[in-house]
Design a protein around this ligand. Structure first.
Ligand code: AP5
Ligand code: MG
Length: 186
């Protein structure tokens, strides 16, 4: 099973992926987490990645696709996985679909989490006080939101045209949102 969470920065992709991955007993793969891990653990590649993350810009498609596809080849993903933050551009989605098709696989469902911009900003600013993600500064939050609108939001149409998209209201407690997510999966 291959599920995708699509949504703006702060929409709850990570929170909901974690809850759902436990429920469905499949692996949760966040490209943001994989990239932050690369920043911590790899030398030159990590430094390169950090410049994109810190600016709130997308890491080049090829780098992300390679990283993700390699991770998806691990045995714990043999029953499928839940993708959080990938794909993030039409090019990534098309490349990914082509790679999957070669393996006789396909995306099963895309869940879009919808949250208004005021709430998104508030959640990310609140998180910046507790955790210290290098991209949770007011300027970088705005850059990330803008990149979502220009480059990632077109995926809503892309997956709608393929009848794979389910949109869920992402405002409410995490448990309330999780119930709505389960509703569209059942
Ligand atoms: P990524 O790590 O994916 O970050 P993001 O998309 O900016 O999203 P966040 O992780 O900030 O938010 P989220 O939607 O996961 O929400 P969360 O559950 O954490 O990407 C980071 C960077 O990596 C990108 O900018 C880019 O540079 C690079 N990158 C990643 N993928 C890439 C790709 N495919 N291609 C190229 N580059 C890529 O919740 C947010 C906060 O709100 C938390 O504090 C949480 O506790 C809280 N919260 C969650 N749910 C609720 C709720 N229902 N009510 C109230 N608060 C809530
Ligand atoms: Mg996240």
């Amino acid at each position: 099973m291959l599920l995708i969470f699509l949504g703006s920065p702060g929409s709850g992709k990570g929170t909901q992926s974690q809850l759902l991955a436990e429920d469905l007993e499949i692996v949760h793969l966040s490209t943001g987490d994989l990239l932050r891990q690369a920043v911590r653990e790899t030398g030159r590649f990590g430094k390169q990645v950090a410049t994109y993350l810190d600016a709130g810009q997308l890491v080049p498609d090829e780098m992300v696709v390679d990283l993700l596809v390699e991770r998806m080849g691990d045995t714990d993903c043999s029953n499928g996985c839940l993708l959080d933050g990938f794909p993030r551009s039409i090019t990534q989605a098309e490349t990914f679909d082509a790679i999957l098709a070669k393996q006789g696989l396909k995306v099963d469902l895309v869940i879009e989490l919808k949250v208004d911009i005021g709430e998104l900003r508030q959640r990310l600013l609140e998180r910046s006080l507790k955790e210290h993600r290098s991209d949770d500064t007011p300027e970088t939050i705005d850059a990330r939101l803008a990149v979502y609108e220009s480059t990632t939001a077109p995926l809503v149409d892309y997956y709608q045209q393929r009848s794979l998209l389910r949109t869920v209201d992402g405002v409410g407690t995490p448990d309330e949102v999780a119930q709505r997510v389960r509703g569209v999966i059942d």
